[in-house]
Write a protein that binds this ligand. Structure first.
Ligand code: NAD
Length: 250
């Protein structure tokens, strides 16, 4: 199922962590990559994909900005003449604090990246995908889009929003050969969670709360993204697919 030879795959948020691991996993299976990230360090991810023998391009992209997202999708069109898979993964995790301490600017910024970014990405990807004969979209939600933890109100709102956007969009295009799913990772070892995992006390409490007593490697989440994008998931649509080692099972 995992052959993506010649497929065009667009990924946002790929300097490191889940996005980079996913770009490399697709590249290893022959996909051509279009990588959008605000951080220019993501150019290195495109270079690493090219080292694996495939074509890959990077464009500096802020997923909150319409013009940037349009330019990224246009790049997929002009370079590769279509779009088969989109992994809308760029996101930020704010510092935890109780709701009344969250400033309006902080709230707006998190929603702009984690929710508006996914809306804009899909808005411009879908027309190109329709012209390409269909495709698969995977949006990165989170276990915070399924349940909530204290101190996480804006992030939980955005990630629950991604789940809602995904379900509704999946229904909009269900007869047009586009499958749209959300992935809800649990605790993954990435730069985002580095500040928690490096703290012995926080890390111990996270592990105590983890049924499998560990965080996942980004490569494990990448494999699940590939599955959702693949012919192994042809009837999976509108799902919020949890990959959390059982964290939300109890
Ligand atoms: P990460 O910080 O390594 O990756 C986030 C990427 O998004 C970075 O490359 C960053 O430069 C990019 N980015 C941030 N703002 C952007 C913007 N406005 N425009 C374009 N790119 C932007 O962390 P990660 O853990 O790999 O995160 C990937 C996704 O997974 C995020 O959506 C995150 O919320 C989600 N997630 C992570 C975990 C976890 O435990 N690590 C759990 C659940 C969900």
């Amino acid at each position: 199922y995992m052959d993506f030879d010649g497929k065009v795959v667009l990924i946002t948020g790929a300097t490191a962590g889940i996005g980079r691991a996913t770009a490399l996993a697709f590249a290893k299976r022959g996909a051509r990559l279009v990588i959008g990230d605000m951080a220019e360090a993501a150019e290195e991810t495109a270079a690493a994909c090219r080292d694996l023998g495939t074509e890959a391009v990077y464009l500096k992209t802020n997923v909150s900005e319409t013009a940037d997202v349009q330019a990224l999708v246009n790049l997929a069109d002009s370079r590769f003449n279509g779009l088969d898979v989109a992994f809308n993964n760029a996101g930020i995790l704010p510092a935890t604090k109780p709701l009344a301490d969250v400033t309006e600017a902080e709230f707006d910024r998190i929603l702009a990246v984690d929710l508006r970014g996914v809306f804009l990405s899909m808005k411009y990807e879908i027309p190109l995908m329709l012209r390409s004969g269909g495709g698969a979209i995977i949006n990165t939600s989170s276990v915070a889009g399924v349940v909530a933890d204290p101190g996480m109100a804006p992030y939980a709102a955005a990630k629950h929003g991604v789940a809602g956007l995904t379900r509704a969009a999946a229904l909009d295009y269900a007869t047009q050969n586009i499958r749209i799913n959300a992935l809800a990772p649990g605790l993954i070892e990435t730069p985002m969670t580095q500040r928690w995992l490096a703290d012995p006390e926080i890390s111990a409490s996270l592990m105590a709360n983890s049924p499998m007593k560990r965080a996942a490697k980004p490569e494990e989440i990448a494999a699940t993204v590939l599955l959702l994008a693949s012919p192994g998931a042809t009837f999976v649509n509108g799902a919020v697919f949890v990959a959390d080692g059982g964290q939300t099972a109890h």
